[in-house]
Write a protein that binds this ligand. Structure first.
Ligand code: SAH
Length: 213
């Protein structure tokens, strides 16, 4: 698939922008610099793919702002070989960023059309993530436990199943809150206890239940 020099140039500028906004993790920065975001957005919006903003996907969903992707990924402290579960595949962009970090990525998406599109695209680009169509509030028990879990949709309470599927010493990052903005929250599982640290405010689409799709 094409990655024209023009897009490469725009991507370099995007990388500089997210660095200037405070993203310092070099592995995360390098991953953002490698993923061709223009292939993950709606073709009609391709010219905007390297602006630092969220863009609409089908079914009323959105591909997160690149800065938000970088911020969440940085908080997750992913190392090569980690098993990472993502809830909300959407376009597959964040999934690709996690693959670039050398993680073994599992991702669940509720919207069938998004799941199908992301699956085809990630395969075409050579990303070997495992994708599943279903309700991510139940995690993916077959492959649990996970070293890292990332929610890319907002919830007022992180589903218990996800904490259960987090490994000892694992980190879970989620935008938490029911209002129009959520607090990015980092949970760490230490023994049987969970520590919790609140970061900045963000705005995400809601984590839905299958009945209210
Ligand atoms: N990570 C995505 C951003 C997706 S937006 C990207 O990089 O493009 C959040 C996604 O979560 C949407 O695609 C939405 O359909 C999905 N979602 C909402 N509720 C869900 C649930 N219960 N289980 C799995 N996915 C869900």
């Amino acid at each position: 698939m094409e990655d024209l020099p023009r897009y490469q140039g725009l991507r370099r500028r995007l990388v500089e922008r997210i660095q200037s906004k405070g993203i310092q993790d070099q592995a995360v920065v390098a991953s953002i610099g490698r993923v061709p975001r223009h292939l993950f957005v709606d073709p009609a919006l391709r010219e905007h793919a390297y602006e630092d903003r969220a863009l609409p996907l089908m079914a009323g969903q959105t591909i997160s702002q690149p800065y938000t992707v970088a911020y969440q990924t940085q908080l997750l402290c992913v190392q090569a070989g980690h098993k990472v579960l993502e809830i909300g595949t959407g376009s597959g962009y964040q999934t690709a960023v996690l693959c670039e970090l050398g993680a073994e990525v599992y991702s669940v998406e509720l919207e069938r059309r998004l799941y199908e599109r992301a699956k085809v695209l990630l395969e075409k680009l050579g990303y070997r993530a495992r994708l599943r169509w279903g309700d991510g509030r139940f995690g993916w028990p077959t492959y649990a436990p996970f070293d890292r879990i990332l929610l890319t949709a907002a919830t007022d309470r992180v589903p218990e199943a996800l904490f259960e599927q987090l490994s000892e010493g694992g980190i879970l990052v989620a935008p938490v809150g029911r209002s129009s903005h959520q607090v990015m929250t980092v949970y760490r599982k230490i023994g049987q206890t969970l520590s919790c640290e609140e970061k900045g405010y963000f705005k995400f689409v809601p984590l839905r239940s299958a009945e209210y799709r």
